[in-house]
Design a protein around this ligand. Sequence first.
Ligand code: KG4
Length: 333
Amino acid sequence: MLILGIESSCDDTAAAVLQDDVVLSNVLSSQDDIHTKFGGVVPELASRQHLQAINPMVEKALKNAGVTLPDIDLIATTQGPGLIGSLLVGFSYAKALCHVSKIPLVGVDHMAGHILSIHLNEDKPSFPYIALIVSGGTSSIYLANSHTDFICLGRTRDDAAGEAFDKVAKLLGLPYPGGPHVSRMAEQGDSKKIKFPRAWLEEDSLDFSFSGLKTAVLNHVNTSHAQNKPIHIADICASFEAAVVEVLVTKTITAAHKHKIPTVSLGGGVSANTTLRTELEKRCHQSNLAFFSPQLRFCTDNAAMIALAGYYAYQNNGATGLEQDVYSRSHLG
Ligand code: KG4
């Protein structure tokens, strides 16, 4: 089956063509340059930019795959969660294509895409597995029972991990998106220099909270300014990153033990973070758990993972009606 995938949930316009679970093409138009001067995504600018980029991206994905629209058997597009204005561009565009070309549509939950991105590797995990999904919009732990059955075991109660990275970066004067910049600075810093708080929440809770950590970084910077002390950005970045990673890794390992699941995977934009990948792999190894992490190009938002999730959702539940609408909160578990 040839699947055209479309992704426009936030600030990347992406398209991909898959033959079943094999990626034939995967292209993306980034809006980072537009949003960086505002220190975060401006929703209206994002939607307008999606309108400009969507047709060229789909044409490029088809061309790179060596196929044309009539060859396509299924169009999979992100239905939610995300920014409504951004989602509407991709979803309406896909609905129109499906209507005129008589191709079935499948609406995909963006989180299912991140959970399944690991299946774009040659070496795929078998079910069930625990998936830690960390991005700019979410930090959640899922139990993946099959390609279409996901149970949310824990989620953030306030900021997502990526959002915390982005806000700390903004506070320190680093560009948007902040995650890669904080991570690069952290490599030169001492992660033990500043003892930032870890929010463990209630005993056994698999939920996350990163807003207190973000405030602790702000307080540290303000106190240093007030006392005329120099700000060591690299040490702040390293200590902040260590605090985020320790909580993410510990709760993921706890989830695997608690549910007696032998395999752990990672997904979402923050999974590009080297410290997180390395620490989780190390802790999985120590706990005799198999560990899988996606290729870097499938960590951040992309349309290949949407096409893949759509391929399985279509086999399980059939097509999505053209009367359906987008949604802002994930429908998973
Ligand atoms: O999955 P994604 O592309 O978009 C969302 O659905 O949110 O994730 C983007 C997020 C941003 O917050 C970005 O700062 C973060 O992923 N990110 C990173 C790294 N690369 C991207 N965070 C930490 N370390 C990185 N290397």
